[in-house]
Design a protein around this ligand. Structure first.
Ligand SMILES: Cc1cc2nc3c(=O)[nH]c(=O)nc-3n(C[C@H](O)[C@H](O)[C@H](O)COP(=O)(O)OP(=O)(O)OC[C@H]3O[C@@H](n4cnc5c(N)ncnc54)[C@H](O)[C@@H]3O)c2cc1C
Length: 334
C-alpha cells in the first residue's frame, strides 16, 4: 500500500472541508471496499477522511409521513435489522440479507455499498482496463462470463450491489452535500450513470461531495416487494443476477410496479418492458412468464454470459409472483 495521510472528521463540516477537488482525497466509512483497492494499488489516494466519528451521519429514522432516512454511517446490518425496514421495505431487507457475509455487513455501510467499485477481474487485476484509463474493455473479447447483458460498451462490467436495485425499486433519493455549502437531492436511479469517456465512473458523484443520507419515501399499505439473487454458491457470493421487484398491489394487480436488475449492466438496470406489461393487469403465472421474456428482450449477451439471460427471465418471473404474494422464499442459488 502507498503511504497516505489519515484524518478523523468529527463533524460533517469537518469532512467536507477536508475533501479536495480531485480523487486524491477519499472518504472512508467501513473501509471494506476502499482498503482492498488500496492494498492492491488499484487506487492510491494521498489522503483518507474518516467519517465514522461524525455523529450527524449516524441517523437511521423512520417516520410514517416522511419515510426512512439512512445516514451515511448506518451499517448494512443495522438497516436490515431495523423493524420498519423489515415490515415496510421488505425488498431492501431481503437484498441486504443475501449481501456479503455477517462480518462484512457489520462493518460495511449501506452508502458505501452503493458506491463500491466494479468487481470485474480486469479492473481488480493488473490489467490496463478501460475503467482504469485503458484504451478498451478487456472483458469485451476476454473472460466475460460475469459481465453485462445490457448497457455494455465501452465498459462491460456488471454492477455488484444487491441493495442498489432494491433502493432504485423503492424510489430512494440521495442527499449529497458539496464543499460550498450546497446540497442536492438526487434520485438513486439518476445517481448511477453509464461511464463515459469523460467520466470513467458509474456515478455522478464529484470528488468534493459527501453522500449524507439515503431517503426512501413512505409506502402505501398495499406496497410489497421481493429480491431474488442467483449465486454460484449458496452464501457469501456476489450476484450472478439480482432482481428487485416493488409494487403497489390491488389484490393480484400491480397499480404501480418497478423491476430493477442487478449484476447485468455497469449500473442497476430498469426492466421497463416487463413493468409496462405487468402494470394494471391481474398477475398470474402466464403474465409473470411473459414479463420475464420482456425483461430480456433487449439483452446483448457476450460470448460467455448467455446463461444470465435465462437467469434474468426466471428470476423476474419468480420475483413478481413473490412480490404479489404476502410471503415468499428469499433467494435462489444458481
Ligand atoms: C468479500 C466481499 C464480499 C462482498 N459481497 C457482497 C455481496 O454479495 N453483495 C453486495 O452488495 N456487496 C458485497 N460486498 C461489498 C460490500 O457490501 C461493500 O464493500 C461495502 O458495503 C462498502 O461499504 P463500506 O462502508 O465498507 O465502504 P468503504 O469501503 O468505506 O467505501 C466505499 C466507497 O464509497 C466511498 N464512500 C463511502 N461513504 C461515502 C460517503 N458518505 N460519501 C461519499 N463517498 C463515500 C468511499 O470513498 C469508497 O470509494 C462484498 C465485499 C467484500 C469485500
Amino acid at each position: 500500500m502507498m503511504p497516505f495521510e489519515h484524518l478523523n472528521a468529527t463533524s460533517m463540516e469537518d469532512a467536507l472541508a477536508a475533501l479536495g477537488d480531485d480523487w486524491q482525497t477519499r472518504i472512508i466509512a467501513g473501509g471494506t471496499d476502499l482498503l482492498p483497492l488500496m492494498k492492491e494499488q488499484i487506487i492510491a489516494p494521498s489522503r483518507l477522511v474518516n467519517i465514522k466519528e461524525a455523529p450527524e451521519l449516524a441517523r437511521l429514522d423512520f417516520d410514517p409521513d416522511d419515510g426512512l432516512v439512512v445516514g451515511a454511517l448506518a451499517t448494512l446490518d443495522e438497516v436490515a435489522r431495523n423493524p420498519a425496514v423489515r415490515q415496510k421495505y421488505r425488498v431492501l431487507a431481503e437484498a441486504i440479507d443475501v449481501a456479503a457475509s455477517p462480518q462484512l455487513r457489520n462493518m460495511a455501510t449501506l452508502v458505501g455499498n452503493l458506491l463500491q467499485t466494479s468487481r470485474c477481474w480486469y479492473y481488480r487485476g493488473p490489467f490496463f482496463c478501460w475503467l482504469k484509463g485503458g484504451d478498451s474493455c478487456c472483458a469485451a473479447a476476454g473472460e466475460n462470463r460475469l459481465h453485462a447483458l445490457f448497457g455494455g460498451g465501452p465498459c462491460f462490467s456488471a454492477h455488484p450491489s444487491d441493495p442498489a436495485p432494491a433502493l432504485v425499486a423503492l424510489g430512494a433519493r440521495l442527499t449529497i452535500h458539496g464543499q460550498e455549502g450546497n446540497s442536492r437531492s438526487v434520485p438513486l436511479e439518476e445517481f448511477y450513470a453509464l461511464p463515459t469517456e469523460d467520466r470513467r465512473r458509474e456515478t455522478i458523484l464529484g470528488p468534493g461531495e459527501l453522500v449524507v443520507e439515503i431517503r426512501i419515501p413512505p409506502q402505501p399499505q398495499e406496497a410489497r416487494g421481493s429480491y431474488l439473487k442467483a449465486m454460484a454458491r449458496e452464501t457469501w457470493a456476489f450476484a450472478l443476477v439480482g432482481v428487485a421487484v416493488h409494487g403497489v398491489w390491488e389484490g393480484p394487480m400491480a397499480r404501480e410496479i418497478n423491476v430493477t436488475l442487478g449484476s447485468v449492466a455497469p449500473i442497476p438496470w430498469r426492466a421497463r418492458q416487463a413493468e409496462d406489461l405487468v402494470r394494471g393487469k391481474p398477475l398470474d403465472g402466464n403474465l409473470a412468464r411473459q414479463a420475464g421474456e420482456a425483461a430480456v428482450a433487449d439483452a446483448r449477451p457476450l460470448q460467455q454470459n448467455g446463461y444470465k439471460v435465462k437467469l434474468v427471465r426466471t428470476l423476474v418471473e419468480r420475483a413478481l409472483l413473490m412480490a404479489s404474494a404476502p410471503k415468499g422464499r428469499r433467494h435462489t442459488a444458481a
